[in-house]
Structures are given as C-alpha cells and as structure tokens.
Design a protein around this ligand. Sequence first.
Ligand SMILES: *Cc1c(COP(=O)(O)O)cnc(C)c1O
Length: 371
Amino acid sequence: MTSEVALGRAGALLTIDLDAIVENWRRLQARGAPAECGAVLKADAYGLGAAPVGRALSAAGARSFFVAHLEEGIALRAVLDEPRIVVLNGLLPGLAADYTAHDLIPALNDPGEIAAWAGHARALGTALPGFVHLDTGMNRLGLSPDDQDRLAADPSVLDGIGPITWMTHLACAEDTGNPMSRAQLDRFHRAVARLPPAPVSIANSSGIFLGQDFHGDLTRPGAALYGINPTPDRPNPMAGVVRVEARILQTRRVDTPMTVGYGAAHRVKGPARLATIAVGYADGVPRAASGRGAVRIAGFTAPITGRISMDLITVDVTHIPETLAAPGALAEVLGPELTPDRLGESAGTIGYEILTSLGLRYARRYVGGVE
Ligand SMILES: *Cc1c(COP(=O)(O)O)cnc(C)c1O
C-alpha cells in the first residue's frame, strides 16, 4: 500500500516497522547475552502500540515484559497469554487481587508493598513472584538503603514471595564516562550479597552497552527497541522504526518581505516559496522546534519557518522544484534522516519524548510483525 493510500482521510501517516523492533530486540539480546532480554512496553510501547509490539516481540521469543501502570499491564495481558508482565510503578494499595487476577508481577518498591504482596500470597496459600526494587541512587522508586538494611536483617518478610528478582535502575547509563553507573552497580552488588540469592535485573537500553558487568540475568530495554540511540556519543546501533509523513496542504510564493505564522515570529526576506504541512504540536512536533527543525520533501531538506502551530507547520521550499513540493505531495517529518533523536535535539528534548507525544490523529500503518 502506498503512503498516499494508507493516509486515507488523515493529515499525516505514522508508519511503525514491527520487523525493525524485533530486529532491535535481537540485537539487544545478542549484546546482553547470556542475560535474558526483556522488553519495556510502558506508555503504549513508547507511543507505538503495546498490543502490536507485544505480539511481535512475543512471537520472536521475548518472555518478560515491563509496563509502568497496572492498567497497562491489564491491557497487555489481554493480548499476551504466556510472557510474564512486570508493573514497574509497583503494587497499588488495596489492589493486590487485580495483579493476581491478570497474572501481573508488581515491582515491590517499599516495605509496605512487600508486606502487602506477601500477605496476599499467604491469603491465597500460594507463592507469588515479585521484583524487589533496590534504589541505588535514582531516588525515585525502590527500597532506600535503610529499608535494604532492615530487609537484610529480617528477610522473613519476603515469605510467600517467590521467585524473587532483585532489580535496580541506572540514572546515567547513556553517559558512558559517568562514574555514577559503576557506583550504583557496586551498591547493588553489596546489597544483593546480603539478601537471599535470586536473579538480578539492572540495565535499561543504555545499560546494556556499558558492558557485561551490567547485564545481570535480565535486561530491560525500552527506547532502543524503538530506534532511539542508546549510545548518544557514538553512531546509533539500532534500526530505525518510525516514519511520519504529512500532507502538503498549500504552497505560496512570497515576493515582498513578510512574516510567517503566529507572533509574526519569522520574517521572509523574499522572494521565497513556502509550504504548509498538516502536522503540528498536537501531533508531537514540539513547538520548541519552531525555526530550528526541518522536514524532508522528495529528498530535499526544508527548514521549518515561523512558529509551529497546533495543526500546521510552515516550511521553506524555495530551493525545491515546484512539481515536487506541491499540494498533495508528502513531507517526511520523521524517518531515517530525521530521527526522533534529531527532532528532539532541535527542540531541547529527547527522542523518548518525541515518540511518546505523537498523538492520536495519525493514520497508523504497521508493517512486518506476525499476522
Ligand atoms: C523506562 C524504564 C526502563 C527502560 O528504559 P530505556 O532507557 O527506555 O531503555 C527500564 N527500567 C525501568 C525501571 C524503567 O522505568
């Protein structure tokens, strides 16, 4: 199907390459071997669709999935029977039965969650698996150093929870020269050495590239699956996954000096040709990229001029042949050249935020995958 056909009635088309996601998972698996490679599908698989991504990765052999919210876990369980699903945000008060009803494993982020999960296991008369999160410097979620001391002194509070996985999360993994990662790893090993023996999980996407010491038994990549560069100071080892193409709605010639867009923020010295494209900040093109980002039209780069609006952007197509930059043609907003990392950089943010902001107005096309 051509992009024009897939676009249908929409202003812009989001194409998601499931085979590229599977290929990235295989690369991360190889890179982290012999550790098992999990997959983080929180925030609807970073905006790309937890159900299709989960099905494709499960068919490829992924056995451990991670989401942030209980509701995300319930939705993912509805499409995946076999793999384990871990809810990273933890065990919500009073809702333990919802986790067992949907076969979900909570990350246990504080002593209260451990007690509640162990109590639920005793009430059911069965052991329940749990990921116990030990904070080693992120200071966001997880057992504090004092909690860890108390747990080491009395591990019987874990009775009923099993199998256990000890996990921690790195704060600076993408910054290879930062001593923080090694310090966190040392803290984690010291903590785990005092606790009952169990598998460990440490690395996010970037952590996998910090070397074997960080691989543990189970890795937790998210962003790299979706094509984000896990090694920002080196070339991207991942395959590109997303493409966004948007309609050119109008073109216009500007002959006298004039301004473009809201706030009259851009002055065209003229003569120039401008194209208006059906994508805006409501579709995740960040307003902060105004006057800094670019799109591609028929292989040419067209800089974004003036402010990015909610539904539209205006680009300079003066140097592009008129027949190519014409109404009805498509402009590439994200793709092999204009990666989410690059668009993020032009807006002072990261590729993660670009993907998770893509919005609901796209026609979506999945290519590859299982069905
Ligand atoms: C989001 C998250 C990950 C995945 O991180 P990426 O940088 O996207 O690979 C792994 N572990 C935890 C605890 C997370 O919150």
